[in-house]
Design a protein around this ligand. Structure first.
Ligand SMILES: NC(=O)c1ccc[n+]([C@@H]2O[C@H](COP(=O)([O-])OP(=O)(O)OC[C@H]3O[C@@H](n4cnc5c(N)ncnc54)[C@H](O)[C@@H]3O)[C@@H](O)[C@H]2O)c1
Length: 242
């Protein structure tokens, strides 16, 4: 998914580069699948292939965690799951609020994958008074008037914004003022936040545009290859490839 970041240093505490942090969830997803199949150990090559990462990069990434694997045996799957989860802060429960409970916010609220990854949807918040009290994914929607008290009562540090673009900056400012320090923004707008606040942006349309670019390039390359198989005046070459 497309992600962006604001006001963030190139390395995090304990010297783990940001690029490594961004790959840790990929390793964790692959390791969790191995763990569910009760696979005890995995080689760096196997794990790299499963995570879609180069194996030399994986070994370097794991060296930042102090995990070097055992020659001829590989990495202990359960231990790595624990180590990466701990590094990502997933061994604790993170209460999350979702603001904007329309099509997308409701879909996110219904997504079962948050809880299994250490995120608990603490509250659903919407500005529409008609939404207040309505259950979505088993949680009653609360009005934005209550945003500040919800954040402080639940000790929320992560907020998800799924409002229209025009409302996102104001919602972001209220979340930050109330104590939220990490924001996952789905609204198609660039948020400005003070230092110390992390923003990750998800934009499926940008991802599709990038795929469209690659499709266009592939089509261009195929056209070029087809043209080069023909002679300079458009005829097929005298010697056909076997
Ligand atoms: N990132 C992506 O890939 C992606 C995909 C789909 C939609 N979106 C974006 O997500 C956002 C939501 O899309 P949707 O289809 O769910 O829209 P929607 O109109 O169904 O829902 C928006 C909700 O936000 C609420 N809202 C409006 N202003 C608010 C405010 N100030 N505070 C709290 N709640 C407020 C509305 O009452 C409504 O319930 C849009 O910005 C859309 O562009 C992003």
């Amino acid at each position: 998914m497309a992600t962006g970041r604001n006001h963030r240093p190139a390395t995090r505490s304990r010297g783990i580069p940001e690029a490594t942090v961004a790959r840790l969830p990929l390793y964790l997803r692959a390791l969790t699948a191995l763990s569910e199949r009760s696979v005890p150990t995995v080689s760096s090559e196997e794990l790299a292939a499963a995570a879609g990462v180069n194996s030399a990069k994986l070994r370097k990434d794991f060296s930042y965690l102090g995990s070097y694997g055992t020659r001829g045996v590989g990495y202990d799957v359960e231990y790595l799951v624990y180590q990466i989860s701990r590094e990502l802060g997933l061994t604790q429960d993170w209460p999350v609020v979702i603001v904007g409970i329309g099509n997308l916010g409701a879909a996110l609220a219904n997504y079962g994958g948050f809880a299994s990854r250490g995120f608990r949807v603490a509250a659903l918040i919407d500005a529409d008074p008609a939404m207040a009290g309505k259950p979505v994914a088993g949680i009653a929607v609360q009005h934005t008037d209550e945003l500040e008290s919800i954040i402080s009562d639940n000790g929320v540090s992560i907020g998800v914004i799924a409002t229209p673009a025009g409302a996102a900056q104001q919602v972001c400012e209220r979340l930050v003022a109330a104590g939220v320090t990490s924001i996952l923004n789905f609204a198609p707008t660039v948020l400005s936040v003070p230092d110390g606040v992390d923003v990750r942006k998800v934009d499926l349309s940008i991802e599709l545009q990038i795929l469209a670019f690659h499709e266009q390039r592939k089509a261009g390359e195929e056209a070029e290859a087809a043209a080069s198989r023909k002679g300079p005046d458009g005829d097929m070459p005298a010697v056909m490839p076997a």
